[in-house]
Design a protein. Structure first.
Ligand SMILES: [Zn+2]
Length: 214
């Protein structure tokens, strides 16, 4: 069942590594395939050798539906997010270094870069520390999500989501670029320039030009 989606999860996890968002078997990728079925990467297995039969299928309460592997240790947090934030059809969790570094010195990545506004829906907030692998990580993610499609977890990493694994990955990659840029600016010690609420609202407007006509 869901062979294409399972392959998509492994490809997304490999991209997560290629983009330096995780090391080793860190992080996880999950996808809601219907009302009560979620595919999720297994706990502590190498993505490079992962096969589609290693992907776990669980219901929204965490009961195994299909598979022999133990699901990611963050499963209760991921399922909490999917139950309480329906727009999170695909969720990825990373330990990306620039966003995690920002969590130690700031409360949010402000909406001062067009990429942050266009790709992340605005400022991305830092959620307070909670122990890893607990449902609390999911509770804080939902609490701090706002209109964005990612949350930075203080002392930990990032949760990003979207309609599919590719858009969740894209949110995490754009967040990392934004945090890298913001930290570089902060490191100069010079005052930061900010966009006004009017400029942010104007940048957010759909202009229908980007990309190729279909
Ligand atoms: Zn983690």
């Amino acid at each position: 069942m869901h062979e294409i989606e399972r392959r998509g999860l492994i490809d997304c996890a490999l991209s997560m590594k290629r983009e330096s968002l995780v090391r080793g078997s860190g992080g996880n990728v999950s996808l809601r395939v219907d009302l009560d079925r979620v595919l999720i990467t297994p706990s502590a297995m190498d993505y490079e050798t992962m096969e589609i039969s290693d992907i776990c299928c669980v219901d929204l309460s965490g009961n195994m539906v299909e598979g022999t592997r133990r699901p990611s240790s963050d499963i209760s947090a991921i399922l909490y997010i999917m139950r309480n934030m329906p727009r999170a059809k695909a969720v990825i969790h990373t330990h990306q270094p620039y966003a995690t570094a920002l969590s130690l010195v700031a409360d949010e990545l402000p909406a001062d870069l067009v990429t942050v506004i266009d790709e992340l829906g605005g400022a991305v907030r830092v959620a307070p520390f909670t122990r890893s692998s607990d449902e609390g990580m999911g509770i804080q993610t939902v609490e701090y999500a706002g209109d964005s499609n990612a949350v930075i977890l203080k002392h930990h990493g990032v949760v990003a989501w979207g309609n599919d694994a590719d858009s969740a990955l894209s949110a995490a990659v754009n967040l990392e670029e934004g945090c890298r840029c913001f930290l570089a600016a902060l490191a100069t010690g010079l005052p930061l320039a900010h966009l006004t609420p009017e400029q942010i609202a104007d940048e957010s407007k759909e202009r229908g030009y980007y990309g190729q006509p279909g």
